[in-house]
Design a protein around this ligand. Sequence first.
Ligand code: DGL
Length: 290
Amino acid sequence: MTSPSHSPVIGVFDSGFGGLTVLRSLLARMPAARFAFIGDTARLPYGSKSRRTIARYAAESAQFLTQEQGAEFLVIACNTASALALDDIKQAVSVPVLGVIEPGAAAAKASSTTGDVLVIATDATVQSHAYAAACQAHGLRALEKACPLLVPLVEEGWTSHDVTRNVIRIYLNELLADAHAKGMTPDTLVLGCTHYPLLRPLIEEAVPAGMRVIDSADSTADAAAQQFKSAQSGDGKIEPATSAQELSTTDPETNLVRCFATDSVEKFARLGSRFLGRPTGPVTLVDLGG
Ligand code: DGL
């Protein structure tokens, strides 16, 4: 087994805390890996900003992870940055970069039998139609809907509040009515924002019986683990931190996780532990500029 001190650093990036749900899935699959996570909380939300601004912010975080934290592989655990800035991020760094959109579309393909899927996400992600394109490449028809109130409700910690429950019902009822008007028979709902897994219980209450709710955290972590295995059998540039057997075990004591945030580290540690499912450990404040 590769010792943690010799494992490559995997950089994980989100505009805020939501990407910690992806890190949580990565930790379960790569118990011996080292991770550096940055949440660009000072500049959140990305979902209401322009492509140009999102690309600049995301590239700066990616460069922080590779140049200052030595990350040899990047997971963009933010749907908005993955949808609008994946190419910009790849140009800004010289390490492999994995976004969450393609693994999310692959999970939708595995889930859907009707071939019709629904996607809820931020405004910017929906306007990019990145999910529709990725789903179409898998032979699926996707109907996307922006749900801009959901990220602030999660940030407020209102993950089981009646207000949030009502907002979710309104959004989903509108989306379902639109789908039916278009003659679609959706059987799968993709959570196209890394904040939304915290609302999963309320979302599952609101969808029609039998509709499957999926998020890209697990499928992204599967794809990341797979790419490490491929790199091992390829040019060997990235040394895998896990073996196939290790993928099924979790040893929190073995993991080394360093968390960084561009705004209040106290808030990051408090809210972040809910996304990560365990304490974040010490969080370091970083200034990436304005
Ligand atoms: N984490 C972002 C995403 O997955 C949502 C938060 C934001 O708008 O920055 O799209």
